[in-house]
Write a protein that binds this ligand. Sequence first.
Ligand SMILES: Nc1ncnc2c1ncn2[C@@H]1O[C@H](COP(=O)(O)OP(=O)(O)OP(=O)(O)O)[C@@H](O)[C@H]1O
Ligand SMILES: [Mg+2]
Length: 296
Amino acid sequence: MADVQKVSSGIPGLDDLIEGGFWPKSTVVILGSSGTGKSTFAIQFLMEGIEQGEQALYVTLEEPPEQIMREADLMGFDMRKYYEKSLFFIHLKGRNFKKMIEEQLPQLVKARADYNIATRVVIDPMTPVIWATADKLEQRELIGKLFYTLKELGVVLCTVEEHAKPGETVGEDVLLPIYLSDGAVHLEYYPIGGAFNRTLKLLKMRGVHHGEGVYPYLFARGVGIVVRASPTHIPEEQSRSHIKTFDEAIKTAEAMKAPARVIDRIKKMQKHWDYDYSPEEALQILFSSYGLKRGG
Ligand SMILES: Nc1ncnc2c1ncn2[C@@H]1O[C@H](COP(=O)(O)OP(=O)(O)OP(=O)(O)O)[C@@H](O)[C@H]1O
Ligand SMILES: [Mg+2]
């Protein structure tokens, strides 16, 4: 298994916690209450692949593609550029999506799988599948079928809404998808203000010696979620203006011949950084997640 290429998550800081990324053709559940950043996580994961020439499949049960792309745009992700070129949507709308999961989806996936193109799949949100029936056995069959079918294409990442409050144990309604998937990531939000008031925890990750801590994360528009996997060494004074910090980061990235998409992300981040805290730490995590060593 050692020479199997891991699939990068696209979340700066996270790959360090999961030995480099997700296993190919594995299923991962992103769990969290409303607004914790599940969709952001999902979009980031897809964009990471798309920008590297992979394809992306977005399975949606609630919002239409147009709305998803509009919201992504507000977060700094230009999905439209890839729409129906390397980014495809399946909108399982209406009441008959059970039938779609059982019949149409397998056909569709089979047709795609024959091309053998690296693909990332997102199901966001998967909650309606769970709610489609109260019967546990049927839920299990539906989720199992969905995972089994889509896994053929590549890593399947799905989001599940939970209703427990921060710090409470995971609710019973979300145990099934956790149980059926290879990995589970839990996002929590403590509305107390400040930089890293959101935390990420890995509930499981099969075949991975994963980090076992509670890791703070923040949002940076243009980049998305940034996870503090370990205490970060911040190279310089924090008191400088943020503009200068970004300008220098961009210069450094250019000098290091960082990929254009990484520089682009920093520029977007700069454009939108309206927090009163320094972007140093987020930048530092971003740099190291792309294997770039700076300062210190
Ligand atoms: N750049 C940003 N800076 C601050 N907060 C942000 C940023 N981007 C997103 N957010 C916050 O993240 C939340 C939305 O994230 P997202 O849609 O990914 O969450 P979600 O878990 O999918 O929510 P839902 O359960 O409603 O689908 C919003 O509350 C928004 O305020
Ligand atoms: Mg969402």
